[in-house]
Design a protein around this ligand. Structure first.
Ligand code: UDP
Length: 330
C-alpha cells in the first residue's frame, strides 16, 4: 500500500480550512490541522476527530511552528478574513499573514514540502479595472481599515515568491474571491450571512451605500476544487479562483428576499470606508491551466447555504446581533 501523503492545513477550523480538511481526508491524506480558534470553530471539524488520519493542534502560527515527522504539503489558510474581523483584530491579521507565513515557509523548506498560500482579491484593493486579471497590481490604501488585511496578504505573496525564486521552494498562490457556503460564520459581518441571518430573524436587510457596488460569489465546493487543482499543477504564479458571475449588492439583497420569502425590506446604511466598488475575477488562466471553472449556480448554492443556516440551533440564530460597520470606522 502506498504511504499516505501528509498535509498541514492552517486555519483548519475556519470556513475554507474545514472544507479543505474534508477534501483531503476524502482523498486519503493524513491531515494535520492547526488553528488558534480566534475566528475558527471546532464544530466545523469535530466530525473528523475520530479518524486515525486526522490530528488537530490548537496553535497560533504567528509563533514558531513545529510539526513532527514528514510533511508533503502545507496549505496556509489561517487568517481573519472578514472586514469586521480585521477591524477588531488588526494586529493578529497582520501577524498571521506576515510572521505566520514566514514561519510556515521555513517549515516547508525544512520538510521539503510544497506550500500553497491563500491570497485574496483584496490585494487588488478598490480596483480600477474590471474584471481583475492576475496582472493587475491593485489600488490599496495601506493605512485604511482594510489595509491590515490587504497589505498582510500582499506581503504574503511577496515572501512566498521570494522563497520560490531564492530557495527554489515549491509554492502556489491562490487569489480567492468572495466565497460562500455552509460553515460561514453567521456573525462575521459578511454580506451573505448578514442578509440571510436578518431574513431568518425577521429583521430588515442592511445594504451599505446605495447597493450599486458589485461582488461575484463563488460556491465553496467550486473554490475547493480550484485550489485542489492548483496545488497539483506546476503553476507558481498567482492564480485567481472565483466565480465571474457579477451582481450588485442591491440585486443580491433582492435574491435573498426572494429565496427566504421574508416580508422585510432593504434599509440603507453608510458605506464603509474603502469598500471596493466592483469585484469580478478574470479566470482565463484557471480555465486554460487548470481546466477549471465554477459549476454551481448562485441559485443552487444559495439554496444549500440557506438550508444550512436554518438548521443552526435557535440560540445560535438569536444570539447574533448585526453589528453596524460604521461604528468600526470611527
Ligand atoms: N454589505 C452590505 N450589508 C451588510 C454587509 C456587507 O451591504 O450587512 C456590503 C459591503 O459593504 C460590501 C459587500 O456587501 O460592499 C460585500 O461585503 P463583504 O463584507 O461580504 O465582503 P467584501 O467587502 O470583503 O467583499
Amino acid at each position: 500500500m502506498a504511504k499516505r501523503k501528509r498535509i498541514l492545513i492552517t486555519g483548519a477550523a475556519g470556513f475554507l480550512g474545514s472544507h479543505l480538511c474534508d477534501r483531503f481526508i476524502s482523498e486519503d491524506f493524513h491531515v494535520i490541522a492547526m488553528d488558534n480558534l480566534i475566528t475558527g470553530d471546532l464544530r466545523n471539524i469535530e466530525h473528523l476527530f475520530k479518524l486515525e488520519n486526522f490530528e488537530f493542534y490548537n496553535h497560533d502560527v504567528s509563533t514558531f511552528v513545529y510539526v513532527a515527522g514528514e510533511l508533503d504539503y502545507i496549505l496556509h489558510f489561517a487568517s481573519p478574513a472578514s472586514p469586521i474581523d480585521y477591524l477588531k483584530i488588526p494586529i493578529q491579521t497582520l501577524k498571521v499573514g506576515s510572521l505566520g507565513t514566514h514561519n510556515l515557509l521555513g517549515l516547508a523548506r525544512n520538510k521539503n514540502a510544497r506550500m500553497l498560500i491563500a491570497s485574496t482579491s483584496e490585494i487588488y484593493g478598490d480596483p480600477s479595472v474590471n474584471p481583475q486579471p492576475e496582472e493587475y497590481w491593485g489600488n490599496v490604501n495601506t493605512v485604511g481599515p482594510r489595509g491590515v488585511y490587504d497589505e498582510a496578504k500582499r506581503f504574503q505573496e511577496s515572501i512566498t515568491m521570494a522563497y520560490h525564486t531564492f530557495h527554489g521552494l515549491e509554492t502556489r498562490i491562490v487569489r480567492i474571491f468572495n466565497t460562500y457556503g455552509p460553515r460561514m460564520r453567521l456573525n462575521d459581518g459578511r454580506v451573505l450571512p448578514a442578509f440571510i441571518g436578518q431574513a431568518i430573524r425577521g429583521e430588515d436587510l442592511t445594504v451599505f451605500g446605495d447597493g450599486s457596488q458589485t461582488r461575484s460569489f463563488c460556491y465553496v465546493s467550486d473554490l475547493i476544487e480550484g485550489i485542489y487543482r492548483l496545488l497539483f499543477s506546476d503553476y507558481a504564479q498567482p492564480m485567481n479562483i472565483g466565480n465571474p458571475s457579477e451582481i450588485t449588492i442591491k440585486e443580491f439583497g433582492e435574491e435573498i428576499i426572494k429565496l427566504t420569502g421574508t416580508s422585510q425590506k432593504m434599509v440603507y446604511k453608510e458605506l464603509p470606508m474603502d469598500d471596493p466598488k466592483q469585484r469580478r475575477p478574470d479566470i482565463t488562466k484557471a480555465r486554460a491551466i487548470l481546466g477549471w471553472e465554477p459549476k454551481v449556480s448562485r441559485e443552487e448554492g444559495l439554496k444549500i447555504t440557506y438550508e444550512y443556516f436554518k438548521s443552526l440551533p435557535q440560540d445560535v440564530l438569536e444570539k447574533v446581533e448585526h453589528k453596524d460597520f460604521t461604528t468600526y470606522n470611527k
